[in-house]
Write a protein that binds this ligand. Structure first.
Ligand code: ATP
Ligand code: MG
Length: 748
């Protein structure tokens, strides 16, 4: 037994947590303070010193990647495999339980797990059968509602009909959906958790079995547990009873709670010692950060200090200050990506590894300009925890329209979009067309037209298919009209109703899809302006080949060229799993990870913080955005670059954008500002914030000011102070607006 290996690499507070004798332990600590390390060492301690069998340990983490990493680290410490230890995510563990006890869980043996897209399809089908107008009631909203109920542990029977006036149909859809899933043996993600919870509640013998089996339950990222996960833990650990022998050990950070929008509740941290009341309890706080340099840590602390709802923690490091943070103000998103890529190349030239570098952003659509630049410069990269831009479903849909417009023979494209967005063309109709095409040995497009003409299709089906054909022809006319590529793409996503289809509903997921479609228009715009570096290289190669063979190179039309570019980027850009490559991911999927060199990109008002959060002025969502910013900053070990663009292309148009308020919350003494076009870094003036904005007392009511975008105006009100100061300005041409003083750059 080698205790020193387990204990030596820990500080005093970490040791206290690892060796805690309390039955319920909460480790509450900031980012990079060793929470995950403590959890891993605790498991090793239990097995090696307290002789707990790995068989009776359950460890829950947030992602599969984290679970794999945890298992690896435990095995490294213990030097033995830990196959019979239950290490996984809530969903993974629930799934395992339901497979083992499918009968008691009232499932069929080979039940199928369905993802969110499958779920939506089922909800749509049910709504259609029930004759509910999906224009008035977007199926995605109903899907969201069902999942929200499940996350809160609520079946239809537990909902109060009276609270649903005018929306009773939602209960009916939920009920029908439950019945359909039950009948066909399908289980969605939220159902996994709910069902596993019900297994405890309704099958006492199973619960008892696991309560006897497990003596220790450990949870990482505890701040992001939702209601049903919390309840599941509470019941399993026996804490709904006066006594239990099970020990619970949870680690978390209220400042990193970023899944409120998906039902996670920070309150669970506060309630833990109260709710897990069997036996003794202990709270351990870790205060030393081992991850980041002093400057990075101070920046993180300064930003999060602006939140009001906090449990309060101290975080320090004895690491050196390190380098200053770099803020880069780019002209636009292309310049931003070029800066990031340039810095990465420098890092690599100096012997750095690509896998130590991460580019983080608020929403998936922002990966596109970065991917473009990385491909252009031949830097291998991987988009982590999300699909590459051109592989995303909504992008593939839009590309399929373009493909069919470019080439009516493209059967795969036709099949993909003939009923996307839904236009009443059923699977049966598609089957008939497909069968006939096979017999006639011709393409689907041609066949569909013939089946309409010879009245093989029912009148209703024929009308729907004709509408689809007309749509493509209409888009073709646009393509012929010599419009720019960006305009054509913009027409396609609008006229096909793809964007409306995705944008009808008000969920983050739907919004991300709309943003992606907008980003496709931007990509087309860039392509109009610059062309495709890869494709150019390819054409050059072809050019050489053809000149030597005497053939003439056909100039491709811009749409075909763009499609080739998209296909290449989808197929080629992404590095292989094993390759040393730069990591691209959203801030949400970066949780728990660390990198030597981090880029936080797109720090602009409306992008990050997201516009929905800014509008929510009372602040709950803005505080969640700020926690996300804190998560982002604290991923960096050595170097952190924060970038924002002065103008960003939205809907194919350039719009001015303003620096994120979070930037102004970082003390100026910690940053060095780099301005686009400037090749040496200049220190910013060290007063107050990192932005040269008017000081609070510079502005008074009645004062004339001028704003870059809104022009001349008069200050009519001032509110708040410091980083939060807002002014209301009555502009001559733009009416009255509230502006954040620190970022408005008013000229007085
Ligand atoms: P997050 O909140 O981001 O999940 P965390 O609190 O889980 O962070 P860890 O990932 O466990 O923090 O640790 C951060 C880094 O600090 C890791 O690289 C870890 O190996 C290192 N570390 C933690 N404790 C110590 C220690 N006592 N001595 C040296 N390094 C440590
Ligand atoms: Mg961690």
């Amino acid at each position: 037994m080698d205790i020193s290996q387990i204990i030596d690499p820990l500080n005093k507070a970490q040791r206290q947590a690892v060796c805690s004798e309390a039955q319920n332990t909460l480790v509450l600590a900031g980012a990079g303070s060793g929470k995950t390390r403590v959890l891993v060492h605790r498991i090793a301690w239990l097995v090696q010193v307290e002789n707990v069998s790995p068989y009776s340990i359950m460890a829950v983490t947030f992602t599969n990647k984290a679970a794999g990493e945890m298992r690896f680290r435990i095995e490294n410490l213990l030097k033995t495999p830990t196959r019979n230890m239950w290490v996984g995510t809530f969903h993974g563990l629930a799934h395992r339980l339901l497979r083992a006890h499918w009968k008691d869980a009232k499932l069929v043996e080979n039940f199928q797990i369905i993802d969110s897209d499958d779920q939506l399809r089922l909800v749509k089908r049910i709504m259609k059968e029930m004759g509910i107008d999906d224009k008035k009631h977007p199926p995605r909203e109903v899907q969201w509602f069902i999942n929200e109920c499940k996350d809160n542990g609520l079946r239809v029977a537990q909902l109060n009909v009276r609270e649903f006036h005018n929306r009773e149909f939602m209960l009916d859809v939920y009920l029908q959906y439950e019945e359909l899933c039950q009948r066909t043996g399908m289980v969605d993600f939220a159902e996994l958790l709910l069902r596993a919870h019900e297994l405890w509640l309704h099958q006492a013998h199973i619960l008892k079995h696991y309560q006897q089996r497990f003596s220790h339950i450990l949870v990482d990222e505890f701040q992001d547990t939702n209601t049903i996960q919390y309840a599941w833990l509470k019941v399993l650990s026996g804490n709904n009873l006066p006594t239990t022998h099970i020990n619970t050990f949870v680690v978390g950070d209220d400042d990193q709670s970023i899944y409120g929008w998906r039902g996670a509740k920070i309150e669970h941290i506060r309630e833990f010692t109260h709710d897990f009341k069997a036996g003794t309890s202990e709270t351990v706080r870790l205060e030393q950060n081992y991850r980041s340099t002093g400057n990075i840590l101070e920046a993180a602390n300064s930003v999060i200090a602006n939140n009001s709802e906090r449990l309060g923690k101290v975080l320090w490091t004895d690491d050196s200050e390190g380098e200053l943070l770099q803020i880069y103000k780019a002209f636009n998103e292309i310049d931003e990506a070029a800066y990031v890529c340039g810095q990465i190349e420098k890092w690599i030239d100096n012997g750095g590894k690509r896998s130590d570098v991460a580019i983080l952003y608020r929403s998936n659509a922002q990966s596109q300009p970065h991917e473009y630049e990385l491909v252009k410069r031949g830097v291998p990269y991987r988009v982590y925890g999300g699909l590459r831009f051109y592989d995303r479903a909504e992008i593939k849909d839009a590309l399929a329209y373009m493909r069919l417009i470019a080439n009516r023979q493209d059967d795969a494209a036709l099949e993909r979009i003939i009923n996307t967005p839904t236009r009443g063309i059923g699977q049966r109709t598609v089957d008939i067309i497909r069968q006939a095409a096979k017999e006639k040995q011709q393409n689907l497009w041609q066949t569909a037209q013939e089946l309409i003409a010879d009245k093989t299709l029912s009148a209703r089906a024929a009308a729907s298919v004709q509408k689809f054909i007309d749509l493509i022809e209409e888009l073709q006319v646009n393509a012929d009209e010599d419009l720019s590529l960006a305009e054509q793409v913009s027409h396609i996503v609008e006229i096909s109703l793809l964007k409306e289809f995705h944008g009808k509903e008000n969920s983050e997921r739907a919004q991300a899809k709309v943003e992606n479609l907008d980003e496709l228009v931007n990509a087309a715009k860039r392509f109009d302006d610059e062309g495709d570096p890869l494709l150019d290289a390819m054409l050059e190669a072809k050019d050489e080949a053809s000149s030597s063979s005497g053939e003439e190179l056909q100039a491709m039309n811009p749409m075909a060229e763009f499609l080739a570019h998209a296909a290449l980027e989808a197929g080629e850009g992404q590095a292989d799993e094993w390759q040393d490559c730069v990591q691209l991911m959203t801030l949400h999927s970066a949780k728990g990870l660390e990198f030597e060199l981090v880029f936080l990109s797109g720090l602009e008002q409306g992008l990050f913080p997201h516009k929905n959060a800014i509008q929510d002025y009372v602040g709950g969502r803005l505080e969640e955005e700020r926690r996300l910013c804190y998560v982002g900053i604290t991923r960096a070990r050595q170097q952190l670059h924060l970038t924002h663009a002065e103008s960003r292309t939205i809907y194919g148009r350039s719009e001015l954008s303003y620096a994120s308020q979070f930037l102004s919350e970082i003390p100026a003494s910690l940053v060095s500002q780099v301005r686009a076009g400037q090749n040496n870094f200049s220190r910013n003036t060290p007063s107050g914030s990192s932005f040269a904005a008017a000081e609070d007392d510079d502005v008074y009511i009645g004062q004339s000011v001028s704003h870059k975008k809104f022009g001349e105006g008069i200050v009519v009100d001032v509110e708040g102070s410091g980083a939060r100061a807002r002014v209301q300005v009555s502009f001559d041409n733009y009416g009255t607006r509230w502006l954040m003083l620190k970022v408005a750059n008013l000229v007085t």
